[in-house]
Design a protein around this ligand. Structure first.
Ligand SMILES: NC(=O)c1ccc[n+]([C@@H]2O[C@H](COP(=O)([O-])OP(=O)(O)OC[C@H]3O[C@@H](n4cnc5c(N)ncnc54)[C@H](O)[C@@H]3O)[C@@H](O)[C@H]2O)c1
Ligand SMILES: O=C(O)C(=O)CC1(C(=O)O)C=CC(O)C=C1
Length: 298
């Protein structure tokens, strides 16, 4: 690609830029940022080759990636729409998809076919351009949730860019996507934030944090993530997240009953079932994400 524009040069947008550059898949990367300090930092780190403050910068781009918190999607697409040339494809990295698709339809009107929504299933709890790394997407999934209006070559163009970053392409509808990630991403973040907030609000919080160790650290790593980003995701996927939260609260209520009754056998059965399911899942992802075997000369 000759020119890629990244709107929101943080962890996800910055890692995309770094990965494309490492793969030699882009000549020129332009960043558009809400934060002037982040824009300058991305320039200094060599993540982008130039920064722009005007959405006219998308006019001659091959590809535009939106990588700002999902609630910004509508206003960003509306601002860039007048500058969008027929050959330019816009994609996004938002963690929710039905809201992003609705925002795309409202903002882009008859240019909506140029918008191919997607979501890289990779991340970390750190944010901003300093968090961006060039191998974030290697062996990870990229879920594309195409619109009926998208042309196959335009979907391929987005998929090819993510493949160049090392990602493996999957395809879901926006609704399937939002249900799945409510369960395995959005709920865990809500739970981690809730636990840390609960402990922090206790009168003896200092004592508790003093002795919290690796179990607490593993369970709560994701509570270090951007509150703005997770506020937006929670609200954007409210219905699916509420359904998962209700199911989880029912599970907790059942565990509470078993604990109060001193029913060790049924506690152990639940823990054992969870341990088996987690082991199988880890084995499956380790196999899927393992690098292909390299030929060794005898
Ligand atoms: N962090 C993750 O693990 C992860 C994983 C997959 C997808 N995502 C999605 O990727 C997107 C970006 O997340 P991130 O982790 O890179 O966050 P981040 O905070 O590291 O980066 C977001 C950047 O967008 C900028 N920004 C905010 N509003 C803007 C606007 N209106 N115009 C231009 N720039 C704007 C911010 O200044 C920031 O630099 C979000 O939509 C998120 O849901 C995040
Ligand atoms: O590893 C992390 O810190 C993440 O939270 C990554 C993670 C997730 O697995 O839930 C977070 C949000 C996404 O949209 C995709 C991936």
């Amino acid at each position: 690609m000759d020119k890629v524009v990244i709107i929101g040069v943080g962890l996800i947008g910055g890692s995309f830029a770094r990965a494309l550059k490492k793969a030699g898949a882009v000549r020129h990367v332009v960043g558009i940022e809400r934060s002037a300090a982040f824009a300058q930092r991305a320039l200094a780190l060599g993540i982008v080759d130039a920064v722009a403050t005007d959405f006219a910068a998308v006019a001659d781009a091959d590809l535009v990636l939106l990588a700002a918190p999902v609630a910004q999607t509508g206003r960003i697409l509306a601002a860039l729409a007048p500058h969008l040339a027929p050959g330019t494809i816009v994609t996004d990295a938002g963690s929710t998809k039905a809201d992003v698709v609705a925002a795309g339809r409202a903002a882009l009107g008859d240019k909506v076919a140029q918008f191919v929504p997607g979501h890289p299933i990779a991340g970390r709890e750190t944010n901003g351009p300093d968090a961006a790394i060039d191998d974030l997407y290697v062996g990870k999934k990229f879920v594309v949730t195409p619109l009926a209006e998208n042309a196959a070559p335009d979907i391929d163009k987005v998929a090819a860019a993510w493949r160049a970053c090392g990602a493996v392409i999957h395809r879901l509808t926006p609704e399937e996507h939002d249900k799945v990630f409510a369960a395995v991403s959005h709920l865990p973040h809500l739970l981690a934030y809730a636990l840390v907030d609960d402990i922090a609000n206790k009168p003896h919080a200092d004592l508790l944090f003093q002795y919290a160790a690796s179990g607490f650290r593993d369970f709560t790593r994701i509570a270090g993530s951007s509150p703005e980003m997770w506020r937006d995701i929670s609200l954007a996927n409210q219905a699916a997240l509420l359904a998962e939260l209700d199911a989880y609260m029912a599970q907790l209520a059942q565990l509470r009953t078993r604990l109060a009754a001193g029913d060790g056998a049924s506690l152990e059965a639940v823990y054992g079932n969870a341990q088996r399911a987690r082991r199988q899942w880890i084995e499956a992802i380790e196999e899927a994400e393992a690098p292909p075997p390299t030929d060794t000369a005898e």
